[in-house]
Design a protein around this ligand. Structure first.
Ligand code: PEP
Ligand code: MN
Length: 339
């Protein structure tokens, strides 16, 4: 309350609080009076506390994300992705660091198959590649669409590697979920709430990327949309945010990893490819991500980055990816995990 509020003003507010079915708890200090409100948070949501006379500021001690909050599942159950060819599932949030790698886009059948072999040989867990691409310019390569999805289904069958691919449109969710082992929501769609709701009903695990201009709390509220539809297999991804810095494509917010670990039971991975935009910055930031406690990393690779149809500048050559995998194993081991 504002300094020096009268008894009447405090009484007026505490009576209103009681009339909503909540219990006011008044603490009086020398100069300040603080009114705590105890009870079901639903009863207080939307009540215009700020407009009551004498109120200086209103603050919630309850997190707005309920299902995503660490308090709701303090045991942090890992998110499981069944292996396409049977066998043990891939677990995000266990002691194993999950490595997702692949090209930015499915460009053709041959490149997808050859890169899938490289991911598998290096010990990567999941193949990534976009069939539907969210490009800044309508004149840039938009992805192979349905044809690309077909190649992903084929490579999944032949290699046994699980597939992650992005869906941008509510109308495509069913079709993408039929092929993908994990459905990706890109940074640009993190707050496409209708898409989140439909994806929440698709029955597949979801990788939710942080929007480039979104806070950690907003990321968790978006996860809440998916969880609220009954899908509890949500994996969060830090992929860099927009800042004033121009030396990198985005500023990779690695501190989001330990912050998210304090706030949520959901697994957290890091994408240093989109997070930095330059291939030579990817290995150091991938190593740092694992050291910071990420449950996995997502990296883009390409055999001829100079000819890539999207994001060539940030693609690792397969040999560089091999070397990175070896380093990640050592870092994982140093912190009591595996990669
Ligand atoms: C991607 O992973 O293919 C992608 C487009 O990333 P982001 O949504 O993070 O930009
Ligand atoms: Mn990309």
């Amino acid at each position: 309350m504002k300094q020096g509020v009268s008894e009447d003003v405090v009484l007026h507010l505490t009576e209103a609080i009681r009339s909503w079915g909540l219990t006011p708890h008044v603490s009086r200090g020398q100069e300040r009076t603080v009114i705590g409100i105890i009870g079901d948070e639903d009863l207080v949501r939307g009540k215009p506390l700020e407009v009551f006379p004498g109120v200086e500021s209103v603050m919630s001690v309850v997190k707005p994300y309920r299902m995503a909050s660490l308090a709701s599942k303090p045991e942090r159950p890992p998110v499981e992705v069944p292996a396409p060819a049977g066998g043990p599932p891939i677990r995000f949030g266990g002691d194993k660091i999950v490595v997702i790698a692949g090209p930015c886009s499915v460009e053709n059948r041959e490149m997808l198959f050859s890169l899938a072999q490289r991911v598998k040989a290096a010990g990567g867990d999941i193949l990534r590649a976009g069939a539907f691409k969210p490009r800044t310019s309508p004149y840039s390569f938009q992805g192979l669409g349905v044809k690309g999805l077909g190649y992903l289904a084929e490579v999944r069958r032949e290699t046994g590697l699980p597939i992650i691919t992005e869906v941008m449109d509510t109308r495509d969710v069913e079709m993408v979920a039929e092929v993908a082992d994990i459905v990706q929501v890109g940074a640009r769609n993190m707050q496409n709430f209708n898409l989140l709701k439909v994806i929440g009903r698709c029955g597949k695990p979801v990788l939710l990327k942080r929007g480039m201009s979104n806070t950690i709390e907003e990321l968790l509220m978006s996860a809440e949309y998916v969880l609220n539809e009954g899908n509890d297999r949500v994996i969060l991804c830090e992929r860099g945010i927009r800042t004033f810095e121009k030396a990198t494509r985005n500023t990779l917010d690695l501190s989001a990893v330990p912050v998210l670990k304090k706030e949520t039971h959901l697994p957290v991975i890091v994408d240093p490819s989109h997070g930095t935009g330059y291939w030579d910055l990817v290995p150091p930031m991938a190593r740092a991500a694992v050291a910071a406690g990420a449950d996995g990393v997502l990296v883009e690779i390409h055999e001829t980055p100079e000819e890539a149809l999207s994001d060539g500048a940030q693609a690792l050559l397969p040999d560089t990816f091999d070397a990175l995998m070896r380093q990640l194993r050592k870092i994982a081991e140093a912190i009591g995990r595996r990669a």
